[in-house]
Each structure stands twice: as C-alpha cells, then as structure tokens.
Design a protein around this ligand. Structure first.
Ligand SMILES: [Mg+2]
Length: 178
C-alpha cells in the first residue's frame, strides 16, 4: 500500500491532527548515543528529512515538538535549530507533559499525533488521536498503535508519518513556499 493510500485509510483521524509530538531517541534518532565530553554529554545524529518535514508542517500552521526522556545539549541544539514549538525533556513519565500540551494549545487528545518507540511511550500512544511507531521496537508497542512505519528509527520514520498528515490534510507545499 502506498503512503497516499495509507493516508486515505486513516483520513478521518489524520484530518483532526493539530499538534504533532515526537519522542526523540529512537524516533528522531537511530537510538544510538555516544559520549562527547563532560560539558556536552551524549551526542546524537538526526535525519534531515524529518527536520524538513517538521518545518513544512509548522509553516502550514500545525504545532510540532518533542517529549523526550533524554536531556542533553544535543537535544536542545536540534530543537532550537529547527525552531520547534515545544520541547519537554528529561522525564520518562511523559503523561504530565502530554496533559500540559493539551492545555497549552487548547486541543483534545484526538487532535494530537504521538510517535514513540518505547514501553514508557505507551500511555501517550494510547491517548493520542493518531499513534505511530517504528518497525524495530518491542512487539507490545507495535500492537497498540495505529501505524507502524516502513522506515526505521532515525531514518526518515518521522517524515513518513508527517507525509501521511500532509496527504490527508492536503498540505503540498511548493518550493516557492520556502
Ligand atoms: Mg524513544
């Protein structure tokens, strides 16, 4: 099934989405971290396709950001570089951040898309209006989500989900938009 066909299949849910929320490690990264230094802490690598997808959707008026259990310079550098709307970092219990997000943007859970790959993401994956994960995560996470991406962690999996939103909502930017 093509991405456009998948977008059609989930159209009802995807059309409602106003806020897009990503877990960071294992979604926006390939899950690997490496030690840099005492000042910098752990470093990460990010996928530029995901970054551009986030910019496109923010430009189209959606709110995009991260809720991550990790917290180091590399997290905040990437968030700031992309100009993301929100970043909750450093707490593996993500429920408080999610509730705060609903209040902040005055949206219902059904208007939020959440993508995460770990067991502690499951409460949010259950609450969100549309949920997605990666093929390389634990089985029980895959069992509860709406969609498992074709692409793996940190290799454009977030862009794949954002493209579903774009297709369902008819957001097709031209190059001149940028
Ligand atoms: Mg993760």
């Amino acid at each position: 099934m093509s991405l456009r066909q998948t977008a059609k299949r989930f159209e009802d849910k995807l059309k409602k989405i106003k806020v897009i929320c990503f877990d960071l490690d294992g979604i926006l990264t390939d899950s690997h971290v490496w030690w840099a230094s005492e000042e910098v802490g752990f470093n990460r690598s990010f996928c530029i396709y995901d970054g551009y997808g986030m910019k496109m959707l923010m430009k189209a008026g959606l709110r995009v950001g991260v809720i991550t259990g990790g917290d180091s310079v590399s997290v905040h550098k990437r968030v700031n570089q992309l100009g993301l709307d929100f970043c909750y970092a450093g707490n593996e219990d993500k429920r408080t951040a999610f509730m705060d997000l609903l209040k902040k943007y005055n949206v219902k859970a059904e208007e939020v898309l959440y993508m995460g790959d770990e067991l502690f993401d499951m409460p949010l994956l259950r609450k969100a209006g549309f949920s997605a994960t990666v093929p390389n995560c634990s089985e029980e996470v895959k069992e509860i989500v709406d969609y498992v991406t074709i692409k793996e962690s940190g290799k454009g999996c977030a862009r794949e989900v954002m493209d579903l939103v774009r297709y369902a909502q008819g957001i097709i930017p031209t190059h001149e938009d940028f």
